[in-house]
Design a protein around this ligand. Structure first.
Ligand code: NDP
Length: 312
């Protein structure tokens, strides 16, 4: 019987380093790059960021799908995705520190009023603004998984009053845990700075909407590094313009690249970044994915098995 054949498919990732990795570490694996499938019946595993709808379902001997990213919404949005096949996301993969840096930058930038000082600097204006001690500043982290828990813990170490929202309760030192729709009310009502790092699922799609912005204390900040599909862009612009929110730092958008006509580009109180909160660190991502591939082949449980019943 022929050995394993891995299909690589991504519209953003260069296949070359992955091909070199498998050639070096698993020379027995045949590496094919989409769209050069060869005989679809040969393909046993898929390593995917995005692949056109229906392709995975057309592979009769596919055993497992590995995501090149921490999220899998871009894979399972294919209506024909073979839901019975095991799907594994990238857990951390060297992204965690970068995600935390990004979130901390956003929180600290707004907390320390750096945009106001920059505007004063432009006017050569020497003026102290009133400071807030971090213990008097509540930061709400939506999503307390691999990334959110690290963000929350590090914000707590900096002395912020940190609260978190997740599907199941969490015990993280210095972080008050809220869950479900009932917990969401108090969580949002206290979140002067809201950090969103949820996965995109049927339940979280469009969650950053007018209703949510209205439940925040008012005049605070949003740091959004989850997925574009969480955000209702027009609601955000309205919340900013009405002063419901003072500032937003956004890494992900409903349409990427962000269209030239989006009002977010030149909104004076929005910082736009082009989906760079975390960029794949090849060595860490490579070892996480190769390790998972090897575990799966040995019949051991890989990390990051996606539970499609909850969507992440
Ligand atoms: P995890 O699966 O480890 O964590 C997800 C968290 O969200 C968990 O705490 C989970 O709750 C919570 N959650 C999920 N659904 C709900 C819900 N309906 N209500 C309340 N809480 C919910 O994911 P990661 O931390 O690894 O990644 C999170 C997301 O980050 C990815 O899905 C991806 O979209 C995004 N991302 C963005 C990047 C960027 O560059 N901007 C880069 C990489 C990822 P529980 O703990 O109870 O399961």
């Amino acid at each position: 019987m022929a050995g394993p054949t891995l299909l690589f498919a991504s519209n953003i990732d260069d296949p070359a380093p992955w091909q070199a990795l498998f050639a070096r570490e698993r020379p027995d694996v045949e590496f094919r790059v989409f769209p050069d499938l060869g005989d679809p019946a040969d393909i046993t595993h898929a390593l995917v960021w995005r692949i056109p709808d229906g392709v995975l379902a057309s592979l009769p001997n596919l055993q497992a799908v590995f995501s090149l990213g921490a999220g899998i919404d871009q894979i399972i949005r294919d209506p024909a995705f073979p839901r019975e096949k095991p799907l594994f996301r990238l857990v951390d993969g060297g992204l965690r520190e970068q995600m935390t840096e990004y979130a901390l930058y956003g929180v600290l930038n707004w907390h320390r009023q750096m945009d106001r000082y920059r505007a004063q600097q432009a006017q050569r204006e020497w003026r102290m603004l009133e400071a807030v001690h971090p213990s008097q500043r509540t930061v709400g982290v939506m999503g307390l998984g691999v990334f959110g828990s690290d963000i929350a813990l590090k914000l707590a170490l900096l002395g912020f009053d940190v609260i978190g929202w997740s599907r199941t309760p969490k015990e993280l030192p210095g972080v008050e845990s809220f869950t479900g729709e009932t917990g969401l009310d108090e969580f949002l009502g206290r979140s002067e700075i809201l950090v969103n790092i949820l996965p995109l699922t049927d339940e979280t799609r469009g969650i950053l909407n007018a209703k949510l912005f209205d439940r925040l204390p008012g005049g605070g900040a949003l740091v959004h590094l989850g997925r574009g599909g969480h955000l209702v862009e027009t609601d955000l612009v309205a919340a900013l313009d009405a002063g419901r929110l003072d500032w937003a730092m956004l890494d992900v958008f409903p349409t990427e690249p962000l269209p030239a006509e989006s009002p977010l580009w030149n909104h004076p109180r929005v910082l736009v970044t082009p989906h760079i909160a975390a960029q794949a660190v090849s060595a860490a991502a490579e070892s996480a994915i190769l390790g998972n591939f090897n575990r799966f082949e040995r019949g051991e449980e890989p990390t990051g098995r996606v539970d499609l019943s909850v969507g992440y």
